[in-house]
Design a protein around this ligand. Structure first.
Ligand code: KQY
Length: 364
């Protein structure tokens, strides 16, 4: 496996859309006790349900710690590959490689810099070295060459692409002070062009209210087809989310994609605000001496945080009446895949959702 110091776009590589065929998927076994309540027991049950659905149509690789290998092996389906590779938490989307392909049978990974969503400025845990090393090691496992882009702090959840030249990001995240403050907006945009192989970047101002990733786009807006997106939406003008979703809608309506198309926006309703209970907080360890959550804190619940598997759409459910509406809307947008809703509160408590814990490996 080679570490590359060139630019993917110049080498003829681009990031395919998530709805293009996958060879497989990467996930990580949850363990961290300040992210996952009560020793991650409930989170593991939710992850296992996601794993079962994805593994029905994709080759799934799960990473785990040495300590958890026997426990994970005993619970995972036999056809899921389990590999010991130490990480700091379980966010495969953010710490795994972003894969690019060249349309001629080659696939490479991109190893972005990772600093726990903001490093010393507003990072979410104090040490992230194992996470930062994981992407390259996973490329080695797959025997895929890997671009070294550790000088650019970026997470997989902070970008979406349509595979036809357009990327979608939020200003709140990509321009945050804890990531790449030495770069201007246009330099960041050029980096995305050079590494993702896109020509157009659509910037949404904000993401989901109280999303601790500085508002990753993957919780807010996702491509369902070239030129079409779902956008997290509320009609409640008293909800602080309303202004954020309305600003995103305005940005999308003003945008044109790389092929000159206007973007068709499908509003995906949000559940009623989801807050964490005192009992749930009581099950979380302290992080660096501080609580990671406080009772009553609003969690960044959104149905947009779904994963597009080869054979299914794996969407989070929150036990809200809007669960069914969201499932119906997604089913209409993905008629060839079954939309499967998985109760995801125990993933949400960790700070993300199904898209954040998965990373597709595109087929070549
Ligand atoms: O991509 C994500 N949404 C991950 C968030 C991790 C938060 C750590 N508690």
């Amino acid at each position: 496996m080679k570490i590359l110091h060139t630019k993917p776009a110049r080498d003829g590589f681009y990031m395919p859309a998530e709805f293009a065929p996958h060879e497989g998927c990467l996930m990580i076994w949850p363990e961290r006790a300040d992210s996952w309540q009560y020793g991650a027991y409930a989170a593991r049950k939710a992850f296992l349900r996601v794993i079962e659905v994805i593994a029905a149509s994709e080759r799934l690789t799960v990473l785990c710690s040495e300590r958890q290998y026997d426990n994970a092996r005993a619970q995972l389906p036999a056809h899921v590959r389990l590999v010991v590779l130490e990480t700091d938490d379980a966010w495969a989307r953010d710490i795994g490689p972003t894969f690019v392909v060249n349309g001629k049978g080659a696939r490479r990974g991109i190893d972005w810099g990772f600093n726990a969503w903001g490093g010393a400025v507003d990072g979410l845990y104090p040490s992230w070295e194992r996470d930062n090393r994981a992407a390259r090691r996973f490329c080695d496992l797959l025997e895929n060459d890997c671009y070294d882009k550790r000088d650019f702090i970026c997470e997989g959840g902070s970008l979406h692409v349509d595979g036809e030249g357009t990327a979608l990001v939020t200003e709140a995240c990509l321009l945050s002070a804890g990531r790449n403050p030495h770069l201007s907006k246009s330099e960041i945009e050029q980096t995305l062009r050079d590494w993702l192989g896109v020509s157009t970047v659509i910037w949404l101002p904000r993401g989901i209210y109280n999303d601790e990733t500085n508002e990753h786009v993957d919780n807010m807006c996702a491509f369902t087809a070239p030129g079409e997106v779902v956008l997290a939406w509320t009609d409640d003008k008293a909800d602080p989310q309303y202004a954020l979703s309305a600003a995103a809608l305005a940005a999308l309506e003003a945008a044109e994609d790389a092929k000159g198309r206007k973007i068709k926006v499908h509003k995906l309703p949000l559940p009623a605000p989801v807050t964490i209970t005192a009992e749930e907080c009581g099950g979380l360890d302290l992080c660096d001496g501080q609580p990671t959550r406080t009772p009553g804190e609003r969690l960044a619940a959104s149905y947009v945080n779904f994963y597009i598997a080869n054979g299914a759409i794996v969407m989070p459910a929150f036990g809200d009446p809007a669960d069914e509406d969201a499932q119906r809307i997604l089913q209409a947008l993905f008629p060839t895949r079954q939309v499967i809703a998985i109760p995801a509160r125990d993933i949400l408590i960790g700070g993300g959702n199904i898209h954040c814990i998965t990373q597709q490996i595109p087929k070549v």
